[in-house]
Design a protein around this ligand. Structure first.
Ligand code: PMP
Length: 433
């Protein structure tokens, strides 16, 4: 079949000739939901337009970064100015220091931060740092949490509780994941048992505090509290992967919410990405001065990057953080996200469809099932067929959600109440259809 050259289908056909699967990141291919991916031509505010000129209200926001919407004037200006000053120097700049200072100021658990170019890089290095700091090899992660595609993290649970994981990707040797233990999210018994069996060998526990890679699942407060205690007792480090939640669910990130519920709570290492780059390739990891002092050039843990702290990316990130730090920003964003979620719940009720939804700050999730799932298996037990139908129903009506049921959604400051209400109206129709 041959399609017109500037249609989505035509571009997809052409893309598949020179790019594997036609995409540079797998979920963009619409494999989970079926159909043809939209080729985006441009975006402004809360909207994106595809190659055929169709407009969409955007609830992906580049998978999280675009918290101000697309083309925010202050961000655009900062990026344009930075571009004229130079693309990359491979030498330190004042702007990197400013961005580090902004991150440290917003997140009390962090005294020092290093900037990198992707969440994968940041997560991979956080693990190396934890292993370097503890002199231990074993790591714990949770099923359904994604921390980037470093080899040691592409793992699924082994057959028994105390067994280590199996690679989820070809090309990852079993030896490389033999130190990775994968446990069920929100399962206290499993984490207790893992520390009983291996306590003295565990370098770190890594978690998405609100797991956005299995849609939207909160780590329960007693679960986080117990992990903190177990880590302290056994000398392991607790890593919060806030690539998605960082500067998205609150200015102080998800850890600020847990600190409200658990007095004195802090993770040992935090990982950021997405919002801190405002749509440019930028991510970071941070911790106490003591832990960060182990990194090269001060200490023995190696890490480096040609484009790390890139001057245009830091300009974009700084301008973004400046905007989201304004008084009332998160209150307004949270209110809009809540309006969307409440409207979707009401629409589902009206249509008699089992439905549960949750949100925090500018991040939300919804499930076709009666209750909010608490772990990966429960997410996967929700109604995937219905999700796929509603996804396409909304796409046809000009609403762009993440093309898979295990992804979170994002509202930006550019979404108006009218956009939200139009989305709810479209969802009502799609739910009834
Ligand atoms: N951690 C989390 C929680 C993420 O959501 C992601 C990406 N979606 C990553 C790490 C990896 O980030 P990147 O895609 O920038 O490598």
């Amino acid at each position: 079949m041959s399609h017109a050259p500037h249609t989505n289908a035509g571009l997809f056909e052409r893309a598949q000739r020179t790019i594997p699967g036609g995409v540079n990141s797998p979920v963009r291919a619409f494999r989970a939901v079926g159909g043809t991916p939209r080729f985006i031509a441009r975006a402004q505010g809360a909207y994106m337009w595809d190659a055929e000129g169709q407009r969409y209200i955007d609830y992906i926001g580049s998978w999280g970064p675009m918290i101000l919407g697309h083309g925010h004037p202050a961000v655009l200006e900062a990026v344009q100015r930075a571009a004229t000053e130079g693309f990359s120097f491979g030498a330190p700049t004042e702007r990197e220091v400013e961005l580090a200072e902004a991150i440290v100021a917003a997140v009390p658990s962090i005294e020092q931060v290093r900037l990198v170019s992707s969440g994968t890089e940041a997560g991979m290095t956080a693990i190396r740092l934890a292993r370097g700091a503890t002199g231990r090899s074993k790591i714990i992660k949770f099923e359904g949490c994604y921390h980037g595609h470093a080899d040691a993290l592409l793992v699924k649970a082994g057959s028994g509780l105390a067994t280590f994981g199996h690679p989820t990707s070809a090309g990852v040797p079993a030896e490389v994941v033999q130190h990775t233990l994968v446990l069920e999210y929100n399962n206290l018994e499993q984490i207790e048992a893992a520390f009983s069996a291996h306590g003295g060998e565990i370098a770190c526990v890594m978690i998405e505090p609100i797991a956005g890679n299995m849609n939207f699942v909160r780590a329960q407060v007693p679960f986080v509290k117990r992990i903190r205690e177990l880590c302290d007792h056994h000398g392991a480090l607790f890593i919060f992967d806030e690539v998605m939640t960082g500067f998205r669910v609150a200015l102080g990130s998800a850890q600020s919410l847990y600190a409200q519920a658990i007095p004195g709570f802090r993770p040992d290492i935090s990982v950021f990405g997405k919002v801190i780059g405002g749509g440019m390739p930028l991510a970071a990891f941070g911790a106490s001065r003591k832990i960060m002092g182990l990194l090269a050039p001060l200490g023995p843990v190696y890490q480096a990057g040609t484009l790390s702290g890139n001057p245009i990316a830091t300009a974009c990130g700084l301008a973004t953080l400046h905007e989201i730090s304004q008084p009332g920003f998160f209150e307004d964003l949270s209110r809009k996200t809540r309006r969307l979620v409440d409207g979707l719940v009401a629409g589902a009720q009206e249509a008699g469809v089992p439905f549960a939804a949750d949100c925090q700050g500018g991040m939300f999730g919804f499930f076709f099932g009666p209750d909010l799932p608490q772990n990966y298996n429960a997410v996967m037990a929700t109604d995937k067929e219905r999700f796929n139908r509603v996804f396409h129903g909304l796409l046809d009506r000009g609403v762009y959600l993440a093309p898979a049921l295990y992804e979170a959604g994002f509202v930006s400051a550019a979404h108006t109440d009218a956009d939200i209400d139009a989305t709810i109206a479209a969802a009502r129709e799609a739910l009834k259809a």
